[in-house]
Design a protein around this ligand. Sequence first.
Ligand SMILES: [Zn+2]
Length: 384
Amino acid sequence: MQFEFATDGRIIFGPGKLRQASTTVKTAGQRPLVITGKNIQRAEPLLKLLAENKLEATIYSVSAEPKIQTIRDGVALAKKESCDWVIGMGGGSVIDTGKAIAAMMTNEGDVLDYVEIIGHGKSLQKRPARCLAIPTTAGTGSEVTRNSVLASPEHRLKVSLRSAMMVPGVALVDPELTYDLPPGITASTGLDALTQLIEPYVCLRANPMTDALCVEGIRRVTSSFRRAFENSTDSKARENMALASLFGGIALSNSGLGAVHGFAGPIGGMFPAPHGEICAALLPHVMEANLRALRERDQKSYAFNRYYYVARLLTGNDHATADAGIDWVRELVSDFKIPRLSAHGIKPEHADEIVKNAMNASSMKANPIALTPDELKEVLVKAL
Ligand SMILES: [Zn+2]
């Protein structure tokens, strides 16, 4: 056995923790660039905290998943306003924007020099500017991952800016910030979290530290996901979903993912579909295809047994079959009214191109068994 494990220097977790973060923000720097989503009001508690501590914030509001140009504009703003550190407060897109801007505030050249596939893929030379990540959804775990996903509309691709140094120095996870999420967002982001717990657990690069996080995270999803969906201010359920998201982020960045995320990258680059909805629509079909392929070709694989354990965690039944776990996920996706992929404009004639790109995605390489192009196409068509 061999593995490496790294995460944020500091993780602060708990309801109300944002209000108590004076020392954290006071010691981080002088002039923060604050990245928010399109509704700046959601960052009000943070802006109040910064004002109380006499820190002058420059606000950069982003309305969608970040593009290469979003990062360039943010870096230019940070330089113009002499910002010396970054706070990303929002969903995964906002935090990814913050992480990428922090990296480009200290490293020379253009962001394209450092991104994979469409850029030069150079390694970051310098440690990014200090970055505080404050998630307001429970799903992506971006507050503890080491990459930023950036869209390049002209290439119809999503690419990563990636470096172990990009893990934010501090993640502040305050479940109270998720109380006002509408049920649709709770559902799609939560299914991303669940995917990010199941995929690292069955993937080829799983290790004992990420296993522990995945098992505990799946347990918390099982007990709390429906409650958080039905009652947005159920504090215990929100706390469990925030933890599940955090654990999923740590797990994926220290082990790997699988076919759901192998598909999600290319699809997200080609169609304007939210990441969580893509993952949610694909998850039961990928689980089904993986289990069938393992049953047919590799019953000795540890992943085969793990699908049974996932089913037991999800259903709470110690005698559940692996298929019962898939049924549990399928029922959840249906009850939460997750739109099918066709709702985002994806049609059967796109399948070959999507499968081709998905086969090259880095997440696909960690899938517990290599799925054939036909198997992948079947997964996609079922999710349409
Ligand atoms: Zn994801």
